[in-house]
Design a protein around this ligand. Structure first.
Ligand code: SF4
Length: 695
């Protein structure tokens, strides 16, 4: 029993964990947060929450938080605490020194999906206006960059089509490559409510996730595909829909490019794309697949929800477009209860993408080569922008290893733990002359840093987050920053040390600038968010109130919906005698991503280590019992994990989570990535498992 006493005040703010975007009443006594109570009027959560948002906030006061700036001459030297002024002056002089010596493109930065829209906007502004290049990227590179590419190509905008409430009008829910119960728990509850009312469920996932069979829920169809074959499964479903005459041709003629549809329909109709012909690839029972396709096409409103099991593949962008094809072919787009919906992992990954964090796009997804869009920013900022796209994170690391990229500013992102091929990331970081890390803790990336700028938690700042349904919500300052500065103030001070002369006094002014420069945010302001509770972009007009809950109602943003032929191309990652199993990865309810926050809370009690799930047949073959240590090896590296024997995974497939640094999941993963966006192929790694004595 914890005695919390009587709160003296409460502030409504937004959860900083997943993309559901629950809002809470943060109850305070003095400067102490005593309780987080789910906010009954929260549009995304309606008074509900999960264990992370409600209880996992203790990291804010954790003893390992770094509260003073630090610098060191080289990474083998000890850290030295310095004043903020010295830290900013040193960082600015290092950036200018490196640019003078190696050229303006030798530096870059990474924005954070954990930070607010305003903070992210400022980081990309600093890089574009201060560094003078477009070498800015974000952690969406390793998660939902294929969503950006795929949905922009097919529909014209890089975001989910529906609000969460829309699921209550769905008749058929198709979940592919997502595990909402663990990853997006509050939205999963809403889905389950709709399923208990009678909606039908199709799950496409190599693993038997909780939604397949849980109390009062039984999926109509579970297609346990071989990891890496999403495109083949979706193509086979399209084959059934087209060859059995189930496509909605009236919708297609009116809303899509008919010639592109015909080309796509001719392709998917080929015998080689039937469920039977693709069964050796997908391992999915053809009859089950046919039944699932018929249900999606004819069962009424069909809504698709997907996650990183779709995007983190060498064909991630193709899979997103294959999903969009399926929705357009069946007319399941542009009204309540249907649509294509990426379940965003991080609290503000949608916002970070919206704010111009990609090296080729300004805020609102306008290409940097678009002279008119560039001019808008140039006139406002008083600078000339580089019209050439900059480097993505993997390109920055490659260039660092090659000796042409020398300095990196990373805000709120632990790339050493979260990006693929740890050896390559560490080699890239080690080759740089100046790594500036801005974070709460000395994370793994900080092992290679020369300057450490303390970060602030979501409790210590004002700003906005944008959740998976494009809902912009206020983050309100609950307590003063323990380090003295909110993250946006740190970036502003760094910009001013570089001579940019910024003078924002509150994040609302940054949002005003975003609205001025970004048509999809034109009607957004802190005052309206405060009054309305939230707004969903696009809010193209100051007279619009809540924005746009459902997109593409009268027409696609790009005009005609675009069908794209997405041929299945096997990944280059192959199983064989040395590495006969396929490893795929996911999350658990109690932890969040690399665990930097949740491992520093009481949640660690529930899930103290990552486990390797393995089918009983595979375990028996290797003489492994539940709880045994096992050595997990791939072509890239090896690690050691405890085994959990379960038939949730099929024979030949193993699964683990990646919340604990000891797991070193990314020591195992490969260099393969999405053909369009470089999103790493985290979800398919050929591995071998053998008994071990432990780490
Ligand atoms: Fe809601 Fe996600 Fe936070 Fe849980 S982690 S409380 S589901 S926003």
């Amino acid at each position: 029993v914890v005695e919390i006493g009587t709160p003296e005040r409460a502030v409504v703010t937004t959860c900083a964990y997943c993309g559901v975007g629950c809002t809470f009443r943060a109850e305070m006594r003095g400067e102490q947060l005593v309780r987080m109570v789910p906010w009954k009027d929260g549009k995304a959560n309606r008074g509900h929450s999960c264990v992370k948002g409600r209880f996992a906030w203790g990291y804010a006061n954790h003893k390992e938080r770094i509260l003073n700036p630090m610098i060191r001459e080289s990474i083998d030297q000890p850290w030295r605490e310095v004043s903020w002024d010295e830290a900013f002056a040193h960082a600015a002089s290092e950036i200018r020194r490196i640019q003078a010596k190696y050229g303006k493109d030798s530096v870059g930065g990474i924005t954070s999906s954990r930070c607010t829209n305003e903070e992210t906007f400022l980081v990309q502004k600093l890089i574009r206006a201060g560094f003078g290049n477009n070498n800015v990227d974000t952690c969406a590179r390793v998660c939902h960059s294929p969503t950006g590419y795929g949905l922009k190509t097919t529909f014209g905008t890089s975001a989910g089509t529906q609000d969460f409430d829309s699921v209550m009008q769905a008749d058929v829910i198709l979940i592919i490559g997502a595990n909402p119960t663990d990853g997006h728990p509050v939205f999963a509850s809403r889905m389950k409510r709709r399923l208990r009312q009678g909606a039908k469920l199709i799950v496409v996932d190599p693993r038997r996730i909780d939604m397949v069979r849980s109390p009062h829920i039984q999926a109509e169809h579970h297609l346990p595909l071989r990891p890496g074959t999403n495109v083949a499964v979706l193509t086979a479903m399209a084959h059934v829909i087209v060859t059995e005459g189930l496509a909605d041709e009236d919708f297609i003629r009116e809303r899509c490019d008919w010639d592109e549809y015909r080309e796509w329909a001719d392709f998917v109709s080929q015998p080689k794309n039937s469920p039977e012909a693709l069964q050796p690839v997908t391992t999915v029972d053809p009859e089950e697949l046919r039944a699932a396709a018929r249900l999606y096409a004819t069962g009424g409103n069909g809504a698709i929800y997907y996650g990183l099991g779709v995007t983190e593949h060498s064909q991630g962008s193709s899979t997103v477009m294959a999903i969009a094809n399926l929705a357009m072919a069946t007319g399941n787009i542009g009204r309540e209860g249907v649509g294509v919906n990426p379940l965003r992992g991080q609290n503000n990954v949608q916002g970070a993408c919206d704010m111009g964090s990609f090296p080729h796009e300004l805020s609102g997804y306008r290409h940097i080569s678009d002279a008119a869009a560039r001019k808008l920013f140039e006139d406002d900022w008083g600078v000339t922008l580089d019209p050439e796209p900059g480097l993505r994170i993997p390109n920055m690391l490659d260039a660092a290893v090659d000796g042409t990229f020398k300095a990196l500013y990373v805000q709120g992102e632990d790339i050493l733990q979260s990006d693929p091929n740890t050896k390559h990331v560490s080699a890239g970081l080690a080759a740089m002359e100046c790594v500036i890390v801005q974070d709460l803790f000395l994370n793994e990336t900080a092992n290679y840093a020369h300057i450490f700028l303390p970060g602030s938690t979501f409790l210590e700042k004002d700003g906005t987050f944008t959740n998976a349904e494009r809902r912009i919500q206020l983050v309100r300052k609950v307590m003063s920053p323990l380090n003295g500065l909110a993250d946006w103030e740190v970036t502003q001070n760094l910009a001013n040390a570089l001579g940019l002369g910024w003078n924002y006094t509150h994040p609302s002014q940054i949002m005003d600038e975003i609205a001025r420069l970004t048509p999809t945010f034109a009607g957004v302001s802190f005052a309206k968010l405060d009054e309305l509770g939230s707004m969903q972009w696009p809010v193209t007009d100051k007279t619009l109130a809540i924005g746009t809950p459902v997109m593409h109602i009268d027409g696609f943003v790009r005009g005609k919906g675009k069908f794209v032929v997405t041929d299945y191309i096997p990944t280059d990652e192959k199983t064989g005698p040395r590495f006969p199993l396929l490893l795929t990865t996911g999350r658990i309810l109690t932890h969040y991503n690399v665990g930097a926050q949740t491992r520093r809370t009481g949640n660690v009690v529930w899930h103290p280590e990552d486990l390797l799930e393995m089918h009983p047949v595979d375990a028996e073959d290797r003489g492994l019992k539940d709880g045994d240590w096992a050595r997990l090896a791939s072509r890239a590296g090896e690690t050691t994990l405890r085994v959990k024997i379960t038939d949730r995974v099929a024979p030949g497939v193993v699964y683990t989570t990646f919340h604990h640094p000891a797991t070193q999941a990314n020591v195992i993963t490969t260099d393969y990535s999405d053909w369009a966006t470089n999103c790493p192929e985290y979800k398919v790694t050929a591995v071998q498992v053998a008994a071990s004595n432990g780490p």
